[in-house]
Design a protein around this ligand. Structure first.
Ligand SMILES: [Zn+2]
Length: 1012
């Protein structure tokens, strides 16, 4: 623990020395926005604009564009309404400014141009091919140095990982493939025998082992990790080989397409009795099938079977993806060729099983009403558009990666084709035109699909995939992210620009998996445009705040939903990769912080047109090896760093001769240099060899927050007069010498990350210092959290270091914000219009939902779980819809601005809390809650003195009794059963409250309590 305390002290000293009060100044000038948009697309507008204040200072400020309604975006993208040559304006507002009640008005001039697919991004660069401009230095060639929070978290994760038994991870596979499970402990968490997501945890476990292996600096631990990896890979291959079954009649091996002919598929169910039946028939799974659950689970989705229902599925391809990713990560980082080849073979065979199944048994039909689209099994348009059941994680990413790693031409083509089978047209098509298809979708179901699309682009060079990924990322920045980089309320995206309204009343938001996946998407986008500093600005935001802050440094635990907002406590738990989805991504997160620190290009990249260049994307204490240039890059700093020293050391010493990618063993010798900025360069190199043979340039990121005091000195001399925040500054190609010293100075400038929507008429913002979100404790009401914009932060701590009762967002007093500029003409008419257009948009959403529900209610045969919307939320929405319609239809002066605002807020709230028809609502819990209360008092009578414990399990928790706490042995059998039933019921209550519980679960919990 000493190390942690040390790093906090260093940080606080550093922070107080750079604190400066915010002056009350007004916006003087905002950069102009002129964009060209290819016909058929909505314009891609910058989410931040450079503003200059009356005192001459400047910074990037967030913009809320007023074209975010779906109807407006669709109109903008309609070639009939906006043909080539059209010029139009889009209005926007700089948020957190009081020049007008809604912000500082800005506008963008948009010109529609004739270009079939090249979308201009805000850095005015065109992405015109799938050629990568840069790649990150691989994880195993960058090590984090010193004693700091980064190395502490890493080692904590590795040590914890080594305590997990491999045999437990193999339990489900042995069970699924007819092997004895004797001596193999039952899996638990979401991989327990009674959950349908099993296999997801084993996949995360394998990825975590691979990343830990790549990052581990301790030879003994590395050997133990290697042994576990080997055991896991061998165990899986043994199972997979049971599917290689020759069929005389077919004259070939039994394949994926042969499993469950259509008549069987139509009758197939997903109950546990069915699972038990299918796991005895592993010979029929088809060549190459590898999963911790029988093949029947995957194919049920072809019948559009709903999520989390006793009879059906959870999210079949989600867990397949985790397992593929784990095997690919092992193949990438293990230093034993035999293990690497075997892991790749298992993954490839399973990848080809997926290709075979989807190629022969599925199709896409996107037109017509839903019942028509679902009239035959296997319509992928419907399969992947299902809530959670259609959650496929990064299937496309893994399959595209497998294609890249495969030499055989046919297999390569099939794997890439299989990746495109996971396209979700309902989500992708609007996104490719820059229409926001994110709103109200499940967050983590969709983010990895986008990462997959971008990986597919590498393989097929179809700009559709690049554009949708770029558009998605840009929308996230402006419309959905919170200060620490995370997204989602509960597990859902809400309406654009509604982060603050959506934050209330429960600060359970920003699922950790979303942060993990957004970081990955950002890293991958950066490879195509490494000079655009916005990518690594965001990566830094999400890594330094949410990801690093999502592990408990006192004891290995991670969080599911991150705690954001007012008086929020991090809900620690999720200790194992199988415990929950966030337990899974959690295990991976902390052994790969360094994966995007350095990007490089070489002359061979970009079709041989490239130059050798190194991008210093993050400032972290690291030592890296760049094999192509034969150099060691050493960054000496603390973490977080306001100053960093960078040296380039020729790799001429014999101990660094290994230039293969498996170089980490010898590399670790250098990585263990003492911590601190005073480290002198290695004395092991003699002067003859101290010049790097080839030339390359280095580009340094100037973070968006570095608005004052930033400097880069090469051998003591500044390399520029002015450093533009959110850009890269370059030292041109040169032969680097070991004597060269680059010093980066970057005082943590204080600024505010504003929420886009107001809270009770006031702007809300998170205080930041440099890259860090700052948090305060001891605040429990919004009145206490109402402060001036230049509020004293000396008692604040960085959020990553916080734990319980943290407040991140503050209501900002009006007169402390940038104020009204007398010269600015306020157009109140325009502002009222903007609220009215929001209302109009909400009305359209409400109306279309009402139409959907009415069409379903008119059906002769109704399957309740296929109802578009659950009834209570639907009823609330109809009530608000009527109120809103009366305002919209009334004369303009009949309602005050306040009344319009209230209706907008209320309608927004009911739309955001509606649930799909297969999910239960809080109102459905009434009987169960009463039964729980009754059972609790009964238990007190039965076992006096026994304390009832609420399990500390997260919502969306499994439906199993196996892991629930049970009373001491000596207690009565009845009490034990009752207590278990209460625990289960409490879990269901949390689950339903959070929005993922089903009617089945309530029924089961109710039945259990009634029977006892
Ligand atoms: Zn998660």
């Amino acid at each position: 623990m000493k190390r942690i305390i040390y790093s906090i002290c260093v940080l606080l000293t550093a922070l107080t020395s750079t604190a400066s009060a915010i002056d009350v100044h007004y916006i003087d000038k905002v950069e102009e926005v002129n964009v060209e948009v290819p016909v058929g697309n909505a314009p891609r507008l910058p989410y931040q604009l450079w503003v200059t204040y009356s005192d001459g200072k400047g910074e990037y400020r967030q913009v809320k564009w007023l074209n975010a309604s779906e109807a407006l975006e669709k109109a903008e993208a309609n070639p009939a309404m906006n043909p080539v040559g059209t010029i139009y304006k889009v209005r926007g507002l700089i948020i957190g400014d009081n020049s007008t009640p809604n912000g500082y008005p800005v506008s963008a001039d948009v010109k529609v141009v004739d270009s079939s697919f090249k979308i201009q991004d805000s850095s005015s660069k065109y992405q015109d091919s799938n050629i990568l401009k840069a790649e990150p230095l691989p994880l195993n060639q960058v090590s984090i140095d010193g004693d700091n929070r980064l190395t502490w978290n890493r080692d904590l994760d590795i040590d914890h990982l080594l305590t997990l038994p491999v045999k437990q991870q193999l339990y489900n596979y042995r069970d699924t493939y007819g092997f004895s499970t004797e001596g193999y402990p039952e899996a638990d968490g979401w991989d327990s025998p009674t959950t349908k997501l099993k296999g997801h945890g084993s996949g995360h476990y394998m990825s975590a082992l691979a990343f830990a292996f790549a990052s581990c600096q301790d030879a003994a631990k590395k050997a133990a990790l290697r042994q576990n990896i080997k055991e896991m890979v061998d165990g899986l291959r043994e199972c997979q080989e049971r599917t290689y079954v020759w069929n005389e009649e077919l004259g070939r091996y039994w394949e994926a397409r042969d499993f469950a002919p259509e008549e069987e598929l139509k009758q197939m169910q997903g109950t546990w009795a069915d699972f038990d039946k299918y796991k005895k028939e592993y010979q029929k799974y088809g060549y190459g099938y590898l999963n911790a659950i029988p093949a029947q689970h995957c194919v049920l989705i072809e019948m559009y079977r709903a999520y989390n229902n006793e009879s059906w599925v959870w999210a079949p391809y989600y867990s397949v993806h985790k397992q593929l990713a784990g095997l690919i990560d092992i193949a990438t980082y293990i230093d034993d060729k035999e293990i690497a080849d075997k892991a790749l073979l298992i993954a490839k065979d399973m990848g080809l099983w997926v290709w075979n199944r989807l190629h022969y048994r599925t199709y896409v039909k996107s037109d017509g009403p839903q019942n028509e689209r679902r009239s035959h099994p296997g319509n992928r348009y419907e399969m992947w558009n299902m809530y959670i059941a259609g959650e496929v994680g990064g299937m496309a990413e893994s399959l595209a990666r497998l294609s890249e790693m495969t030499d055989n031409a046919e297999d390569k083509a099939h794997l890439l084709e299989a990746a495109t089978y996971f396209d979700s047209p309902a989500f992708f098509d609007p996104l490719s035109k820059n229409i926001d298809a994110i709103r109200t979708r499940h967050a983590n179901q969709h983010i990895p699909m986008v990462t997959g699309a971008l990986r597919v682009y590498r393989g097929n060079n179809n700009p559709y995939y690049y554009n949708l990924a770029q558009n998605f990322w840009t929308m996230i920045q402006g419309r959905y992210r919170y200060a620490m980089g995370g997204v989602g309320n509960g597990e859902m995206f809400r309406q654009p620009y509604s982060q603050i309204t959506s934050m209330l009343p429960e600060p359970t938001l920003n699922e950790t998996c979303c942060a993990y996946n957004l970081a990955k998407l950002t890293k991958d986008l950066n490879c195509f445009n490494p000079d655009d500093a916005r990518y690594m600005d965001y990566y830094e935001r999400v890594l330094y705040n949410q990801i690093i802050g999502s592990v408990n440094p006192r004891k290995y635990q991670t969080v599911y939903q991150y705690a954001v907002g007012l008086n929020a406590s991090k809900p620690w738990g999720n200790e194992t990769p199988q415990s929950t989805c966030c337990g899974g991504t959690g295990t991976e997160n902390h052994v790969k912080y360094q994966e995007a620190t350095y990007f490089v290009s070489s002359p061979s990249m970009g079709g041989g047109q490239g130059e050798a260049c190194l991008w210093i994307a993050l400032y972290m204490p690291t030592t890296a090896y760049w094999a192509q240039q034969g150099v060691i890059i050493k960054q000496e700093c603390q973490w977080p760093a306001e100053r960093s020293i960078i040296r380039i050391i020729p790799n001429s010493s014999s101990k660094f001769q290994d230039s293969s990618s498996k170089f980490a063993t010898s590399f670790s010798l250098l990585a263990r240099d003492p911590f601190g900025v005073q480290v002198s360069s290695s004395k092991n190199h003699n002067s003859q060899l101290s010049i790097v043979n080839s030339q390359f340039s280095i580009k340094f990121r100037v973070p968006y927050w570095a608005t004052e005091g930033f400097d880069i000195k090469l051998n003591g001399k500044s390399i520029a007069r002015h450093y533009q925040p959110s850009s890269y500054v370059e030292i041109p190609p040169r032969k680097w010498s070991e004597k060269d010293v680059v010093e980066v100075v970057m005082p943590f400038i204080r600024h505010i990350d504003y929420g886009p929507d107001k809270l009770e008429g006031h702007w809300v913002g998170a205080f930041m210092r440099g890259p860090l979100v700052m948090a305060a404790t001891g605040i429990s009401t919004w009145d206490e959290a109402t402060v001036d914009a230049d509020h004293d932060l000396s008692s604040f701590i960085p959020d990553y270091d916080g734990d319980q009762h943290l407040t991140h967002y503050f209501r900002l007093r009006d007169d402390s914000l940038s104020v009204h500029n007398e010269q600015l003409r306020i157009n109140n008419e325009q502002l009222n219009d903007s609220q009215l257009s929001t209302l109009q948009e909400l009305l359209l959403i409400a109306k279309s939902r009402a139409d959907e529900q009415q069409a379903w209610e008119a059906l002769a045969v109704k399957v309740p779980e296929y109802a578009p919307w659950a009834k209570h939320g639907y009823a609330r929405m109809i009530e608000q819809l009527k109120k809103a319609q009366s305002i919209m239809g009334a004369p303009k002066d009949k309602y005050s601005q306040e009344e319009i605002d209230n209706v907008v807020d209320a309608l927004n709230a009911v739309i955001n809390t509606m649930r799909p028809g297969n999910l239960a609502e809080v109102e459905d819990l009434e009987e169960l809650k009463q039964l729980v209360d009754k059972a609790k008092s009964q238990l007190k009578i039965q076992v006096s003195g026994f304390k009832i414990q609420d399990s500390q399990v997260s919502t969306r928790q499994l439906k199993t009794n196996s892991q629930l706490s049970t009373p001491p042995k000596e207690r009565m059998e009845g009490a034990s059963q009752l207590s278990t039933a209460i625990d289960y019921a409490n879990m269901v209550i949390r689950y339903v409250t959070d929005g993922s519980g089903t009617y089945d679960m309530i029924e089961r919990a109710t039945k259990q309590l009634k029977e006892i």
